[in-house]
Design a protein around this ligand. Structure first.
Ligand SMILES: [Fe+2]
Ligand SMILES: [Fe+2]
Length: 185
């Protein structure tokens, strides 16, 4: 059990996992925003790169605030998804898996906000991030329809696959959320 104003080892691992996932997202969008030619994609993906990087910094600052050092880990939400889906190759696939992922993150953040035992500094950090995550989802919803027509892909089947992968990856974490030491070994 953690003392007041200290995080438990489990909390440090969870926040480190969130930080690693934000970094994985930032690196992914950072590479992508250098390749696309469509002006709207250039704008959105560059902004996404910046915001996910900033989220990684916010988790880092939060951990330091508790005198904790982030645990460097390769395990991320994205690497867990990779066990269940093939690597998205078209822009429609990329935007769709991003939307599924962003929705999961927003839902998870809402869960932490609703828990009475979530420390206030964590809630404050999450609230700041949630506004940005929600605006990502709004943009993605608009753009995916248009992108699917351009790529001649149907969204429904693909989205069902991604939702299924998301649920499996998420359930793995949830099943282990009280013993992340074992999970991340
Ligand atoms: Fe983020
Ligand atoms: Fe995001």
């Amino acid at each position: 059990m953690a003392k007041k104003n200290q995080l438990s080892v489990n909390q440090i691992l969870m926040l480190s996992y969130y930080r690693s996932s934000e970094i994985a997202g930032a690196l992914f969008f950072g590479r992508l925003c250098r390749q696309v030619k469509d002006p709207e994609l250039i704008y959105f993906l560059t902004e996404q790169f910046m915001e996910e990087s900033n989220h990684a910094l916010m988790w880092t600052k939060l951990l330091f605030k508790y005198n904790a050092v982030p645990v460097q880990m390769h395990s991320t939400y994205q690497s867990n998804y990779a066990k269940y889906i093939t690597v998205p190759s078209t822009m429609t696939e990329i935007l769709l898996i991003t939307k599924v992922f962003e929705a999961r993150v927003a839902e998870r953040f809402q869960f932490h906000l609703q828990q009475a035992d979530t420390p206030q500094p964590i809630k404050t950090t999450i609230k700041l991030m949630l506004d940005e995550e929600e605006s990502h989802i709004n943009w993605l919803n608009k753009r995916i329809k248009q992108q699917a027509e351009a790529d001649n892909q149907s969204i429904d089947k693909l989205e069902a696959q991604y939702l299924d992968a998301d649920l499996k990856a998420y359930n793995e974490i949830i099943a282990n959320e009280n013993n992340l030491v074992g999970f991340f070994q």
